[in-house]
Ligand binder design. Structure first.
Ligand SMILES: [Zn+2]
Length: 232
């Protein structure tokens, strides 16, 4: 998204709304809200996803009026944008995404199992990763088998560690009773917070690449565009 000749983006504050103002050889002023495609790929884009594209000579007072007139619409777009930012986008799990998730888990889980079986003095389990509908992980103590959800691969390592430790503790304690809880607290003091977070996952818990499982980055973020109606 190269800026056209001599065009410099600047910031325009209108009441409590910060906008990126782009002067361009256009005939009409337009407003856009949306990080993907909407915001310039510059430092300014990180500050605001509200972009006003305006004719070079349009007066700032006119611009301000236009933005104020459309403030309700802008606020609705921003609310929608924030909601989307927090939601974990669902994956349809293509073969490539599953491969990505397996690779990430394979890079992390053996080390975590090694560390925690040693620390907690537990036997070595075998582990597999697969798609699981309702759980992050499971453990069959009799066969020392741990299963992890592929979905878990999308999250920061702290969450993967919590689930691994949880399932490892089940090798010794088969329920979630007092003994389980005290073992968890001794191992990972923050385990309750991690468990609660995984109960209501949010996009800010995702690892780099976890939003789209790295491949097939189809953005579902809509751009909201609003152009001033032609006045002739
Ligand atoms: Zn459990």
């Amino acid at each position: 998204m190269a800026a056209s000749r001599g065009a410099v983006d600047e910031l325009l504050q209108v009441d409590d709304l910060l906008c990126v103002l782009r002067r361009r050889p256009v005939r009409r002023v337009s407003l856009r809200v949306g990080r993907v495609g909407g915001a310039p790929k510059s430092e300014l884009g990180a500050l605001s996803s509200v972009v006003v594209t305006a004719p070079a000579r349009m007066r700032e007072s006119e611009l301000r009026r236009f933005i104020r007139d459309n403030r309700g619409w802008v606020d609705r777009c921003l609310t929608e944008e924030r909601r989307r930012d927090l939601e974990v986008p669902r994956l349809e799990w293509s073969a490539e995404q599953a491969a990505w998730a397996k690779t990430r888990l394979a890079a992390l889980v053996p080390g975590l199992i090694g560390t925690w079986t040693q620390r907690l003095d537990l036997p070595q389990p075998t582990w597999t990763a697969r798609q699981m509908r309702t759980r992050w992980g499971s453990c069959t103590p009799a066969t020392r088998r741990i299963r992890l959800s592929l979905e878990l691969a999308r999250y920061d390592e702290a969450y993967i560690e919590y689930v691994v430790v949880h399932e490892l503790v089940h090798l010794r304690v088969h329920n979630h009773g007092v003994e389980f809880q005290s073992m968890m607290s001794a191992a990972l003091p923050s385990w309750r917070r991690l468990r609660a977070a995984l109960g209501h996952p949010r996009a800010d818990m995702l690892a780099v690449g976890g939003r789209d499982a790295e491949v097939g980055r189809i953005s579902r973020s809509a751009n909201h565009d609003l152009a001033q109606p032609d006045q002739n």
